[in-house]
Write a protein that binds this ligand. Structure first.
Ligand code: 2U9
Length: 344
C-alpha cells in the first residue's frame, strides 16, 4: 500500500507539472484528491490493515495527499499571478507616448481686419459702437435722408421682414441712433463695424452679406480738412506710411459734399498695374460732410454743429491688403484659406 501511495504521489506531481492552465489543474485535483479518487480509496481500505500498519499507512497517505494538494495550490497561485500580470500589462498606459497634436484655430481674417481698423481709429479718439442687424425703416433709411421714394429703398434691393422691418443695408443706422442718444450735444466720435445685408447675386466681388465699418465725427467746427487728415492717418496705419490718398467728388444722400477716397497703388506706386487697373489709384472708401438734414433729424442744430462721415467695406480692405481675388473665400470656410491668417 505504501508503494501504491508513492506511485500515486509521483504520478500526480507529474500531472501537476504538466498542467498548462487552471482547468487542467482542477482536473488533477478532482482526479487525485476527490471523494472518488485513489487516495480516498486507500484511506477507506485501511480497515483491513493491522493495528500496527494502520497509523503508518495513514500517515503516509496524509503526507501524499498534503504534498499533492500543496503542489496544486502552488501552481494555481502561479496561474493567478500570471493572469493578474497579463491584465495589468494589457491595461497599462504608456505615459511616455507623445500627445496627439491639437490644431489651433486662428482669427477669421475679417475679424483681424476689423480689429486692426478699430485700433487705428481708437488711436485717433474714436470709440466703437454697435447696433441691431434687424433694423426699422426709420433708422436704416428715413433718418439718413433716404426718403420713401428713394431707389435704394426698392424691395428688390433689401431683405424685408415687413414693410417696416428689414436686415440693415449699411451700419449708418448705428450712427443715427448714437447721435440721437447724445440729445443734440457734441462731440460724437464713433466707428461702427458690423454685418450688413443686400439682395445681390453673389460673385467674386459681391456678397449678399458683408461687413462695413463706418465712422462719424460731429462737433462744432468740424471741417472737410479734418476728414482728410483722419482718413490719411488711417490709410497710412492700415496700408503703410508710403501710401497717399486722393478725394474725388461723389454723391451720397447722407453727406454733402460727398467724396470717393482712393489710395495710391501699393504694387506699382502710381505707375499703373493690374491691381490698380493702370490708374495708379485704388478706391477704398466713401465719405463726406454729414448732410444738414441728417444732423437735424438726429437732434443736432446744423447751424452750430457740423460733421464728417465715412464708410468702407471690410472684405474689400482685406482683399486689397492680402491680395485675395474672390470675396466668397471669406464665407466658404476652406481651412486652406483660413489657416493662412495666423495673426503673425
Ligand atoms: C450718418 C451720417 C452719414 C456714412 C457714409 C459712405 C460715405 C460710403 C460705402 C463704402 C463702401 C459703403 O461698404 S460700402 O458699400 N459707404 O461710401 N458711408 S458716408 O455716412 C453717414 C452715416 C451715418 C448718421
Amino acid at each position: 500500500m505504501r508503494e501504491r501511495l508513492e506511485e500515486l504521489r509521483v504520478e500526480a506531481l507529474a500531472k501537476v507539472a504538466a498542467a498548462s492552465d487552471k482547468k487542467a489543474l482542477q482536473e488533477v485535483r478532482v482526479a487525485y484528491l476527490g471523494k472518488k479518487g485513489p487516495i480516498t480509496e486507500v484511506l477507506r481500505g485501511m480497515g483491513k490493515l493491522s493495528a500496527e500498519e494502520r497509523p503508518v499507512i495513514g500517515q503516509v497517505a496524509n503526507e501524499v495527499r498534503d504534498a499533492i494538494k500543496q503542489e496544486i495550490d502552488k501552481k494555481e497561485q502561479l496561474f493567478d499571478d500570471a493572469e493578474v500580470e497579463a491584465k495589468l500589462a494589457a491595461e497599462s498606459i504608456d505615459v511616455t507616448l507623445p500627445g496627439r497634436p491639437v490644431q489651433r484655430g486662428t482669427k477669421h481674417p475679417l475679424t483681424a481686419v476689423v480689429e486692426e481698423v478699430e485700433d487705428a481709429f481708437i488711436g485717433l479718439g474714436f470709440t466703437v459702437a454697435e447696433g441691431p442687424e434687424v433694423e426699422v425703416d426709420y433708422y436704416n433709411f428715413e433718418a439718413l435722408n433716404l426718403p420713401k421714394d428713394h431707389p435704394a429703398r426698392d424691395m428688390q434691393d433689401s431683405f424685408y421682414f415687413t414693410e417696416e422691418l428689414l436686415l440693415r443695408t449699411h451700419t449708418s443706422p448705428v450712427q443715427a441712433r448714437t447721435m440721437e442718444k447724445h440729445k443734440g450735444k457734441g462731440p460724437v466720435k464713433v466707428i461702427c463695424p458690423g454685418k450688413v445685408f443686400r439682395r445681390d447675386d453673389d460673385d467674386a466681388t459681391h456678397s449678399h452679406q458683408f461687413m462695413q465699418i463706418e465712422g462719424l465725427f460731429v462737433d462744432e467746427k468740424v471741417r472737410m480738412s479734418d476728414l482728410k487728415g483722419v482718413l490719411d492717418s488711417f490709410v497710412k496705419s492700415f496700408f503703410g506710411t508710403d501710401r497717399e490718398i486722393r478725394l474725388r467728388p461723389s454723391y451720397f444722400p447722407f453727406t454733402e459734399p460727398s467724396v470717393e477716397v482712393d489710395v495710391s497703388c501699393g504694387m506699382c506706386h502710381g505707375k499703373g498695374c493690374r491691381v490698380c487697373k493702370q490708374t495708379g489709384w485704388i478706391e477704398v472708401l466713401g465719405a463726406g460732410m454729414v448732410h444738414p438734414r441728417v444732423l437735424e433729424m438726429s437732434g443736432f442744430d446744423p447751424k452750430k454743429y457740423s460733421g464728417f462721415a465715412f464708410g468702407m467695406g471690410v472684405e474689400r480692405l482685406a482683399m486689397l491688403k492680402y491680395d485675395i481675388d474672390d470675396i466668397r473665400h471669406f464665407y466658404t470656410n476652406d481651412m486652406r484659406f483660413l489657416a493662412q491668417f495666423t495673426g503673425a
